[in-house]
Ligand binder design. Sequence first.
Ligand code: AMP
Length: 221
Amino acid sequence: MEIIVLLGAPGSGKGTAAAHLGTESNLRHVSTGALCREALAQGTAWGEAIRPYMDRGELVPDALVLERVGEVLEGLPTGERVLFDGFPRTPGQAQVFEDLLGDSGWRLRHVILLDVAPATLEERLGARMGCEGCGTIYNLHTRAPRVAGICDACGAALSQRGDDQLATIRRRIQVYEDRTAPLVRYYQERGLLRRIDAGKPADEVARQIRDIVDRDGQAND
Ligand code: AMP
């Protein structure tokens, strides 16, 4: 019952890495960003409550996110390894997460920081396209689809995320610096932080994460 957290700025490649790992490493992937987008698309009451924050590139308030994460944790089958992508994102979320885990018998094993230069983040997010069918992520510069606008894997249309417009991208990176970056220190102090160079190609990033996740060593920075 282990949990691994991927920590990193928007565009650091958390979702791409999780997709690579999920198919190979027997890890269940929980992305709070994907849960948020799903709720928006379905128009649930929770989705409508978070919509204004998502549209502005702001974080959804802790209480709302924690409500959803609590439900997800309750539904997870025991005995699995779970990769959280995009959660926790504030010290407040991290503290409540710790309490939730303590009560449930889950153990936070590693927090893996995907380290990327700020200039690369903007460039990556501006060129990102996602498949509306299977969710495969493309980059128009480094991983373009064979046919423009069409997913190589399933043939569905590709689209840009609503929050991947330049002004919103900049806001999201700033929000990361202000509200999420303090978690680096928080987890460093708890001996859980592992830092990897995520400026490398996606398969190399996935390999570095796999090395940490599959190695049964002590966490350190
Ligand atoms: P992501 O796909 O991880 O970049 O998340 C997209 C958006 O979902 C963020 O900009 C936030 O508005 C919202 N979101 C996702 N995860 C969280 C979280 N842990 N706390 C607050 N807001 C979140």
